[in-house]
Design a protein around this ligand. Sequence first.
Ligand SMILES: [Mg+2]
Length: 314
Amino acid sequence: MKPENGYIALIANPKSGASSRKRLRRSFQQYLRAQGYEVRFLKTQSLGHACDLAIQVHQDPECQMVVVAGGDGTVREVAHGLVGSDKPLMIIPSGTENLLASELGFGDKLSTLIQTFEAGYTRPLDLCTINGKCFTCVSGFGFDGEVMDRVTKMRDGHIDYFDYASPLWQTFWSHTFHPIHVELDGQVIFNGPGMVIVGNVTRYALGLYVLRHADVSDGLLDVCVLKCQYRPHLLKHYLTILFKRHTRCSDVIYQQGKHVKITSPSKKIKTQVDGDPGPPLPADINVTPGAILVMVPQEYKPEGTWRRLLRLLG
Ligand SMILES: [Mg+2]
């Protein structure tokens, strides 16, 4: 990466993130300019606009790299706009959960961003689609979809972890576990009440290690079915996930594949995709191997639960 090879596009969602995250973005922008790079700051007006901006810079031969500052929704849309491009994408985590950035080893330190940029190490990133719409991290069907539906209805601007507390509590006491039918690569792997998580990153909300065998570059989707009908059973699942024992349990199905189809006779199942409300069922989920290139810290590992909690408190 050299300044004379073209400009760096910085696509940022001005609405996402606490002020500390905005400072991180500004500091990295100043660093790039101090190194002689031309940085073009592109402010998003909506998620769709983020995708449009990414398509524009993807097609611009003068752009050599794209940096996105935003939450998982903005990152997803920019990644979607870059599919097929050889321009590397770097993420400045600026949302509440930052699932993909945390999976790729980015915390909230400027030094990590600078070291990553200077090392220039990239790896391919698979992208997933649900009913043709792109996502990067995880989709959920059932309980967590209902939590996200409540969060969205209560949302007023930027949200933080505490905004999940009331929806989580309300959903815990009112949720009905409807039957869900799951097919993986044409084989039925589950048909019954429960919740399903499908994705490409190991860590879920607050760093829970749900899809523990997931790899962002292996060309596979990880599927975790939690068989569940009653509230105490959901608590049991939570504890086994917390202690990383769930994949050994007989009431959990964990498999990998390339195509997942989820249906239900019930119309009441809510879905979530990368922390936003997802489409109604039926859902067809696919993976596109190596869809984009991401710049990552060398020898990175996903940020763990305690570091995420400390970040929340700090
Ligand atoms: Mg994978």
